[in-house]
Design a protein around this ligand. Structure first.
Ligand code: TEU
Length: 565
């Protein structure tokens, strides 16, 4: 694997609507990001991915783009964006935008032209098909946000357009070379402006099973999940390699894919020196205990299941390429609420999660607020939900026979809105996120205890521990091992315990993490260097560590990095 400019860096996702509101209108904006660049840098983060800021009707929070060449006025202006790029550069920071090109918004000019003349040139930019007759859509695929993937073209008898997500997000027809050229032009236009690259949205979906055939129904609605067609669609590589050559390669850009549903054995095609992308997110634990029937039938995985899944995914990647490692993003509940058992939802547990994420091979990719240990939002009422996906899951839960309270409890656990509440900057009103009386989304009531200002003052805070992790990755004594070292699990027979080596030439680190409320004593693995030499503690999330001869006792939720060279 060739070394790349971004390998030794740390990244953070910003969900701009909820990050920081500089102009007091209740919604986060670009100037808010500019104001907080020094804070972001202080965590050791140098790469920022900003969720969509293009012009959008916001049916899916900006993932429905009506103009790819404009900044949505809610976030500011193109001048603000240019200033952000300049200010980032001054600080040796890099900006990635979100590349949403599986679909656009139904308000996009191209789609409006297509609707006006589906048989004409612009109709070819989308998927229009005749139905089965009798008011039946062309096939029985269910959209990710519920209902059929087909929507009737207004004013037409039996003509439908395809949308794998909401009906306001018509899918773009990648089979049409003219569409692909337009997409590449747009990507280059942004890279010319000084973007360092993109996070690439829902990209697996761009290749369809063009037979548009029915698959067996998997719910009472008679429809089937889109995953069926993804299994049968083949040839996505041609599009992705073309995109890489036409765009990212020319700028040495960082292209990180959101790629669910990669077929077995195909991971090496997606990453690595000749892969379609620079990197992809490791979503291996995201789907654990998630049911295809919906949130209501889903549960939370055990600590050991999560651990074994992450180990497996590390082994699959090997030294072929680099994952982006996450515990949460804007589509997921908060990592501290999901991956920590309730008894571990404290500072030690949150630091441990951060430590384990930073020490896996790959690029640590934080999500805003993770560095202070933000938690899920305590929803009291379905009216508090904004997210189109969660509202659909609520309907699915009710249709399955759950009461309103049960349905709310089920969706609260997984709702994407958990991660979308405003960042908690201080214990001022509205957590210091905005000076407006009402932010676009309520702040989590725990902001009085969990906020940046309080944690800045406390040397033992979660925030300051994240800063130590960020600094360690850049420490010349450890950087090579942490960034490029091998990942080798040990002591796997202990449940609820993380134990792995990171090894590079002449240096080895042992990472231990006790993900349980019980103390645990483990042998120092035989592979650790000279048994007579003192183990050097590089980082510890608690004050002490009990080391006896060849044995280490970890307190509940304790995580340590030891230099065992
Ligand atoms: O998500 C794509 C996607 O496939 C998700 O629906 C994913 O399956 C789900 O979140 C797993 O829990 C991307 C964006 O990240 C999301 O915010 C958008 O709503 C979606 O694309 C449509 O653009």
């Amino acid at each position: 694997m060739k070394k790349q400019w971004w390998h030794g860096r740390t990244a953070m996702q910003i969900y701009p609507k909820s990050f920081y509101d500089a102009n007091g209108d209740g919604t986060g904006d670009l100037r808010g990001i500019i104001e907080k660049l020094d804070y972001i840098k202080s965590i050791g983060v140098d790469i920022i991915w900003i969720s969509p800021i293009y012009r959008s009707p916001f049916v899916d929070q900006g993932y429905d783009i009506s103009d790819y060449y404009q900044i949505d006025p809610g976030f500011g202006t193109m001048e603000d964006m240019e200033e952000l790029l300049r200010e980032a550069k001054k600080r040796d920071m890099y900006i990635l935008m979100d590349l949403v090109v599986n679909h656009c918004s139904s308000e996009h000019a191209l789609f409006k032209k297509a609707l006006a003349d589906p048989e004409g040139e612009y109709g070819q930019y989308f998927y229009f098909r005749k139905g089965k007759g009798n008011g039946q859509p062309p096939c029985n695929w269910r959209a990710y946000f519920g209902g059929s993937v087909w929507e009737k073209v207004p004013g037409q008898d039996d003509l439908w357009y395809l949308h794998l997500f909401a009906k306001e997000q018509p899918d773009l027809n990648w089979e049409n070379p003219a569409l692909r050229r337009r997409v590449y032009d747009m990507i280059r236009w942004w890279l010319e402006k000084g973007l360092a690259g993109f996070r690439i949205d829902a990209i697996i979906n761009i290749k369809k099973d063009l037979s548009f055939r029915d698959y067996p129904a998997d719910r009472d609605d008679g429809m089937c999940s889109v995953h069926n067609m993804l299994k049968h669609a083949s040839g996505i590589g041609d599009f992705l390699l073309e995109m890489r050559h036409e765009t990212f390669d020319r700028y040495n850009a960082l292209a990180i894919a959101e790629a669910f549903d990669i077929k077995d054995g195909e991971l090496p095609l997606f990453v690595g020196d000749d892969g379609y992308f620079s990197s992809i997110f490791d979503f291996s634990t995201e789907g654990l205990c998630k049911s295809r029937r919906g949130y209501f039938a889903s549960g939370l995985p055990s600590v050991t299941e999560v651990r074994d899944t992450l180990y497996k995914s590390q082994a699959e990647m090997g030294d072929h390429g680099f994952f982006c490692n996450i515990i949460e993003n804007h589509d997921e509940p908060r990592g501290a609420s999901r991956y920590l058992p309730v008894s571990g939802q404290n500072d030690a547990g949150k630091k441990l999660l951060g430590l384990l994420m930073h020490m896996r091979r790959g690029m640590p990719f934080l999500y805003q607020g993770q560095e202070i240990g933000m938690m899920n939002y305590p929803f009291r009422n379905i009216d508090e939900i904004e997210d189109i996906g969660t509202l659909n899951e609520y309907r699915v839960a009710l249709a399955a026979g759950l009461s309103e309270d049960e349905a709310l409890a089920a969706v609260s656990l997984f709702s994407r809105d958990n991660a979308r509440t405003p960042v908690q900057w201080s214990d001022d009103p509205q957590a210091g996120f905005t000076t407006a009386d009402t932010p676009w989304f309520p702040v989590n009531p725990n902001y009085r205890e969990i906020n940046v200002r309080a944690q800045e003052k406390d040397p033992d805070s979660v925030l300051n521990f994240y800063r130590s992790l960020g600094a360690l990755r850049k420490d010349p004594a450890y950087a090579e091992t942490i960034v490029y070292g091998t990942f080798e699990p040990v002591l796997q027979e202990y449940s609820d315990l993380y134990a792995f080596f990171r090894r590079s030439a002449g240096k080895q680190l042992l990472v231990l993490g006790n993900m349980s409320e019980k103390e645990v004593t483990v042998p120092v693995p035989a592979e650790s260097g000279d048994p007579h030499k003192d183990l050097k503690v590089v980082l510890n999330n608690l004050k002490h560590l009990e080391i006896q001869k060849n044995r280490i006792t970890l307190a509940p939720w304790q995580g340590v990095i030891l230099d065992v060279t």
